[in-house]
Design a protein around this ligand. Structure first.
Ligand code: TRP
Length: 426
């Protein structure tokens, strides 16, 4: 069986916290040890520039996150471990993908939309304070993923939409220029907990509720003792459901330890005692890594060297692949017409098209015609052109054909889906 390519990145804009470790780093390292896996893990420092204009912070965060991966046991001989900005092919691919990414598609990206909605609610100009990096974020991320033909992209739920956009952009490119890109899938591991933070909401820098992964033991203890709990007194049974303390414990404990803690909750363990147990459990897991982390942080040159080696290995893949993509879109040497893929051989296929019209019955119809001119879908009649138009828009956004019309005989639902994917975001 061909190896499964796994790829994920962490944005270098902050200090790694327990949530990053349990939700991303630890499962990624475990996955990288599987015999059939090829793992690509990288530091998304171009993405960091969207969030911060503090150069020292970007550099420091890159050091800390790299050191965290290494301290947690990443085997850099086995995986591709690199810094995004060391791969100049990535921004170049970003441009080639930008030209295949519908503006309408990007308008719908959650992060951008949230910024616009907030501005609108505040009575500001909709685009106030929005940089184009935020708008283009999903395209850069698509380039990260498509460059290495990743099949599986482990991410948090908030990133699923970005993976879907990468698929859309790849499908459209493939349709126009031939099958160059692998369509990636988001891998959401249900068994990997999203860790709660100090206030019980998801642990996240944006909520300022994080516990740094390698905080010194005294600080770790202090933070753990500041986790929000309810007001139940010692001796009163405690709920594990919805308890941030319990969830954090579970993320670091064995199943047997978790069972014992569950029983202790039911038996009325005092919050202070539970917090002490949580501190001890996390400290047990983290202390040996912390020691390695501190040694690594003190040797930035060593980390830099590992990243340079990783970049060289990643570029060994990226450089020739980008060459293929450049050729596919027509960025070619002028004396390269003798290559097998001549203009005639790679005649660019036209995109599928929706055609709207009105029939003698006074109703409004549309049909979908494939890039090769073949009729794919015939709509039913609509009372207004607006209704027909809205149905088309829904189909382009990946909606089900439903009662919109009938597939032409001999056309598979896959062929329809492929044609619609090519139009996604138009
Ligand atoms: N956007 C991701 C995050 O903030 C980080 C990231 C950048 C990423 N490029 C990626 C994740 C490619 C997976 C694949 O979490």
């Amino acid at each position: 069986m061909a190896a499964q390519r796994i790829l994920t990145g962490i944005t270098t804009s902050g200090t790694p916290h327990l949530g990053n470790y349990a939700g991303a780093i630890r499962p990624a390292i475990e996955a990288s040890r599987r015999a059939d896996a090829e793992s690509f893990y990288f530091l998304a420092d171009y993405h960091a520039l969207i969030k911060t204009a503090d150069p020292a912070r970007v550099q420091r965060s890159t050091l800390e996150i790299a050191a965290s991966w290494l301290a947690a046991g990443l085997d850099t001989e086995r995986v591709w471990f690199y810094r995004q900005s060391d791969i100049p092919e990535i921004p170049e691919l970003t441009w080639l993908l930008t030209c295949n990414a519908g503006k309408g598609l990007l308008n719908r990206a959650h992060a951008y939309k949230a910024a616009v909605d907030k501005n609108t609610a505040d009575g500001e100009d909709p685009d106030a304070g929005v940089n184009m990096g935020l708008f283009m974020y999903p395209v850069l991320m698509a380039a990260d993923i498509l460059m290495f033909k990743a099949h599986s992209v482990p991410v948090g739920r908030d990133q699923i939409q970005h993976i879907e956009m990468a698929r859309d952009i790849a499908a459209r490119f493939n349709h126009l220029y031939g099958e160059h890109f692998v369509l990636p899938e988001a891998a959401i591991d249900e068994s990997v907990a999203t860790l709660p933070g100090l206030d019980g909401r998801k642990m996240s820098k944006s909520y300022d509720n994080t516990i740094p992964l390698f905080a010194p033991a005294a600080e770790l203890r202090k933070l753990i003792f500041s986790i929000v709990t309810d007001s139940r007194l010692p001796g009163e049974p405690k709920e594990v459901e919805g308890s941030a303390l319990f969830q954090l414990y579970q993320a670091f404990a064995t199943p047997a330890e978790t069972q014992a803690m569950r029983a202790a909750f039911a038996g009325g363990i005092a919050w202070g005692e539970a917090k002490q147990a949580l501190f001890e459990r996390i400290e047990l897991a983290v202390a040996p890594m912390r020691e390695r982390y501190e040694a690594l942080i003190a040797q930035p040159a060593l980390i830099e060297q590992k990243l340079q080696e990783g970049a060289a290995r990643a570029r060994a893949i990226a450089t020739p692949f980008l060459g293929e993509i450049r050729h596919a879109v027509g960025l070619r040497r002028l004396d390269s017409s003798a290559t097998p893929t001549t203009v005639a051989a790679t005649k660019v296929q036209a995109l599928p098209q929706f055609k709207q019209y009105r029939e003698a019955d006074g109703r409004f119809y549309f049909k979908l015609v494939g890039g090769d001119g073949r009729l794919l879908l015939q709509s039913r009649g609509f009372d207004s052109p607006k209704e027909a138009g809205q149905t088309i828009a829904r189909l382009k956004q990946g909606g089900e054909a439903g009662d919109a019309g009938t597939l032409v005989e001999g056309v598979s639902t896959e062929a329809l889906a492929e044609a619609l994917a090519a139009l996604a975001g138009e």
